[in-house]
Design a protein around this ligand. Sequence first.
Ligand code: BGP
Length: 480
Amino acid sequence: MNMRHSELDPFPKTFLWGSASAAYQIEGAYQEDEKGISVWDTFVKQPNTTFKNTDGDVAVDHYHRFKEDVALMAELGLKAYRFSIAWSRIFPNGKGQANQAGLDFYSQLIDELLAYNIEPIVTIYHWDLPQALQDQYGGWESRQIVEDFTRYATILFDTFSDRVNYWVSLNEQNVFITHGYLLGTHPPGVRDSKRMFAANHIANLANASVIKAFKKGGYKGQIGPSFNYGPSYAFDSDPLNVLAKIDTEELMSFFWLDVYATGRYPRTVMKQLEKLKLAPVVTEADQQLLASGIPDFIGLNYYQTATVKASTNDSFSGDMGMNNSGKKGTSKEIEIPRVSKFVKNPYLEQTNWDWTIDPIGIRIALRTIESRYRLPVLITENGLGEYDKLEHGEIHDPYRIEYLQKHLQEIQAAMTDGVQVLGYCSWSFTDLLSWLNGYQKRYGFVYVDRDETSERTLNRYKKDSFYWYQKVIQTNGDYL
Ligand code: BGP
């Protein structure tokens, strides 16, 4: 319902005001201290895979500057910080003997955070699979990975769960699987829908296996996957378009969320996949594993919504025509054959990368998760990627403040509605490497002086949004 600001419940005292990052996008030091090579280290070196061929070899050098970065987090007043662990720092070859230097790095980072009372939220997997496992058995296409991923996660639980209370199992399985195996825009660059659904099922098993191991091990704390969920709207009340909206959400969202939260695939999607001979092999033992890996919370990564019309087209081009250049209006219309065509929403603005800006969409996402699964939600990503300008040591980013403020107001409204939200991690804390969009698409509260062509000084500068979020946290959200 429509609520006035004065009618909103205050944020709970325990609300985790946070911000987020991922190892490959910030750390750099890609070959230091025995770190192994990941599939991203390899993929970005192939020409034309990323904007201006950018890579994360140095990224924003967080590996060497983490103390400076954590001090900035403390100055901002963060209550939580979500980061990911690079699997290939812990197991350079994906398995075998753990690398002490890798464990030490994250141990120091966790201690540094705790020294400032910042709650670490640890993502176990944010896309940087050890290349060795890709080479040995095809990574996510082999069931062997279930065991290796579980062993890797268990080492992390054993080493850090005395200090870590929140764990994210897989980050955006829907994104790394569809981009990696259908669109070919992420490693391993495959375009094959049958292989995609098979790899996706294995990733589901790995996710459930790690959650099961966490629960069985009796570790304290909570665990859940982070999922990139943007609700879909029907373009209008034409029943065909409303049906297209339902089909789109089942195929693009509930196909994952249902498995996480209930251990079962949505029947409607599976039936279609079986007809098309695209369904993964799901055994009785698989069903049991999925049912025994139900998370404590759903991690929500929310950026935008989609608006759809029905599609009558038969074939899929496999070309999403994404705008990775930051030139507004250059993305192509996406169409899922016989399901839906993605169209512009006349009510909503878009960013320079053609991402729709829709604060109410996050409330709709939260409400949907609550009514469908009744699980608490930890917002693990939300933010605005835009050009920022450093002038005389300052960065004025009122657009980012407006974006974050409106989304947080809708989150507060969703909580007032009855959704259980544990916390909010903006994307991102410092500027960082955007996987396919280089360094010019900036998300941080902290500007980092580097671009696609030069590492420059890598100095950090606080943006206006830094001071704004500082006030929001100081007042526990009253300032919103
Ligand atoms: C999510 C990823 C993040 C981050 C973010 C912004 O999908 O989990 O790692 O990159 O999106 O996306 P982009 O960098 O493409 O703008």
